[in-house]
Design a protein around this ligand. Structure first.
Ligand code: F6R
Length: 243
């Protein structure tokens, strides 16, 4: 595990942008696992800047996002498809048909998730998986549980996730109660994992995840077992880390 502590959110975004940018540069046909939420917005801005100013070429990149809300179509401004288009995909030269998110409005959501795993397997798995982390330690929408669930699957969102994500909606009542998420198998089989974390609110759970015991009650703790994990966090999230 490599831990990189940065001064603030902007520096975290630039450092993470350099790491993802290098992946794209060194393997132009990379399969990237992408995340949504507020944490990666600065990183995505940085990738767009690198595309425009430094000729970072996404033309052969394939992307698979981590998760999507159940019940929101791709046109819904709260959907993760809409978020990805707005913050990254429309502003780089990725082939749009090579960008993938599970559909939150599929008739059979479990079948949708199983098919998504097959599509990722058919591409040879994920080369670099970008992750944020929830206040409760979730990665993707793998919520604290008694077991680590391997396959991609339908999940009931925890009340803490619903409360945390209410800031993007008119109120907690508007947040979908379910999502489809990548499971731990694809995340752990990714060749590289890049976890980005910002802010004091996540510092204690981040410390538990990286230094505590590996347990599904702290989903991100499984990343201790990943063979190539890089954590980029700002001073607030990593105030406890002296390395
Ligand atoms: C998003 C995702 C989530 C977020 C996490 C942190 O695709 O899978 O695990 O990374 O909820 O969200 P923010 O960055 O908004 O704090």
């Amino acid at each position: 595990m490599r831990i990189i502590k940065t001064k603030d959110y902007d520096q975290m975004s630039r450092v993470a942008g350099d790491i993802m940018g290098a992946q794209v540069r060194l393997k132009p046909r990379s399969v990237l696992g992408l995340a949504t939420g507020s944490t990666p917005i600065g990183l995505y801005k940085e990738l767009v800047r690198k595309h425009r100013e430094e000729y970072l070429d996404f033309s052969q990149i394939i992307s698979f996002n981590l998760d999507e809300y159940v019940g929101l179509s791709s046109e819904d401004p709260q959907s993760y498809r809409y978020f990805m288009d707005k913050h990254l995909l429309k502003d780089i030269n990725i082939a749009y048909e090579n960008t993938h998110l599970m559909s939150g409005v599929a008739d059979d959501l479990e079948a949708e998730a199983a098919n998504y795993d097959r599509m990722i397997d058919a591409q040879g798995g994920i080369d670099m998986q970008l992750l944020g982390m929830g206040n409760n330690g979730h990665i993707g929408f793998n919520e604290p549980e008694e077991h680590f669930i391997g396959p991609s699957h339908l999940v009931n969102l925890s009340s803490s996730t619903i409360d945390a994500n209410a800031r993007f909606f008119a109120g907690p009542g508007e947040v979908p109660k379910q999502a489809v998420t990548l499971g731990f198998r694809q995340i752990m089989q990714a060749k590289k994992v890049l976890l980005i974390v910002s802010g004091r609110a996540k510092a204690d759970v981040l410390r538990k995840a990286l230094e505590g015991s590996v347990h599904p009650r702290v989903p991100a703790s499984i990343l201790q077992l990943h063979r190539d994990l890089t954590v980029v966090g700002d001073e607030e999230a990593l105030y406890w880390y002296k390395g």
